[in-house]
Design a protein around this ligand. Structure first.
Ligand SMILES: [Zn+2]
Length: 342
């Protein structure tokens, strides 16, 4: 592994066309049964190959075994009805047909633990595994049982912690909780969001991370971003809370965004995964553009705590685009390492 500027990705990569439709969220699988399981593992092998050959240090499984970063996890739980779905507004932004919580939620069996062990067995690189965060889970379904977003979030936090402990025991180096909802519900983040996240991450035998972004490059998110003004200061509310939390690493969006880079100074002592790749455009960054973002970030975070990353998951992108962006990330980080003489 490189000495500093360990590159990584937010989590997801596009799936091969033989596994699921490209450039679609919640795309159905094209295989079934044993063929699906084998296809998913082959896709993980490809995701690893592409990351390793692009110079990515801390690799993921590209989320090749899940249809969606939240709902696939929820499918593994008791207490959730997937047949009688309801349409809800996600992050106050777009409508989606989601499952309904109809009873106490419970985890009767491991969900991603075998997948995490497989990932660990397929690479010598450091590996990161991603899970949804409690608040984002609450925000991606309809509740007809708990009657309180906070109570449901605590229930999910307990479940996530059980799963995360088992995944950490499989030998992963980092477990990351995805909490894009942290960029929307600031009062809830303060009142119970950070606490439930810490509960989900408690006692893990690996590093813990949280990913907070402005979402995939889908139209609803792009329209929302247009309403945020010239300076996106949302992180200003959550970073001081995260700085005081037990979470080790924070993944944030920087490339091509209106996030003032100096906000990362609000995360003293934390590892900072700086998004240097925009996932909302098909245009592939040049290594020099990536390096510019990283040089700016280095004004506020030391090199040993700066992790060059993508803004968000790359699942909605075409595969050649995602591949090009991986290479740009690896090459941009290498440029800056050379300037640092490491
Ligand atoms: Zn994201």
């Amino acid at each position: 592994m490189n000495e500093v500027l360990h590159t990584t990705i937010a989590g997801s990569l596009p799936k091969p066309a033989w596994l699921a439709e490209n450039q679609a969220l919640w795309a159905p699988w094209k295989l079934e049964g044993d063929a699906l399981a084998e296809g998913q593992r082959d896709a993980v092998r490809l995701a690893l190959f592409e990351q390793e050959h692009a110079g990515i240090d801390i690799v993921t499984d590209g989320e090749q075994t899940r249809r969606h970063f939240v709902t696939t996890f929820i499918e593994g739980l008791d207490g959730v009805d997937f047949e009688h779905r309801k349409t809800v507004r996600i992050r106050n932004r777009y409508d989606a047909s989601v499952p309904v919580v109809v009873g106490s939620v419970a985890r009767r069996h491991p969900i991603y633990v075998d997948d995490a062990a497989f990932l660990r067995s397929q690479t010598d690189h450091a590996v990161k595994y991603t899970l949804p965060g409690p608040m984002t889970m609450v925000d991606t379904l309809s509740d007809a049982h708990y009657g309180s977003r906070e109570k449901l979030a605590w229930a999910f936090a307990e479940i996530l912690n059980e799963e995360a402990r088992a995944i950490a025991d499989a030998g992963v180096d980092v477990i990351q909780f995805d909490e894009p909802a942290f960029n929307v519900y600031f009062d809830e983040v303060r009142d119970w969001g950070i606490a439930t996240l810490e509960r989900a991450a408690a006692g893990l035998a690996c590093k813990t991370a949280v990913h907070i972004c402005y979402g995939y490059g889908i139209k609803a998110n792009i329209d929302w971003k247009k309403t945020l003004g010239g300076e996106w200061r949302q992180y200003e509310q959550t970073f001081p809370l995260l700085a005081a939390s037990s979470i080790d690493q924070v993944s944030l969006e920087c490339a091509n965004s209106h996030v003032p880079i100096d906000l990362i100074a609000l995360l003293p002592g934390k590892d900072v995964m700086v998004g240097a790749i925009d996932v909302a455009t098909e245009r592939i960054e040049t290594p020099e553009e990536v390096a510019t973002v990283l040089r700016n970030a280095l004004r506020f975070v030391p090199a040993e705590r700066l992790y060059p990353c993508t803004n968000c998951g790359m699942v909605p992108l075409a595969r050649p685009v995602a591949r090009g962006k991986l290479r740009a990330l690896g090459a941009g980080a290498a440029l800056v390492r050379r300037e640092l003489n490491v």
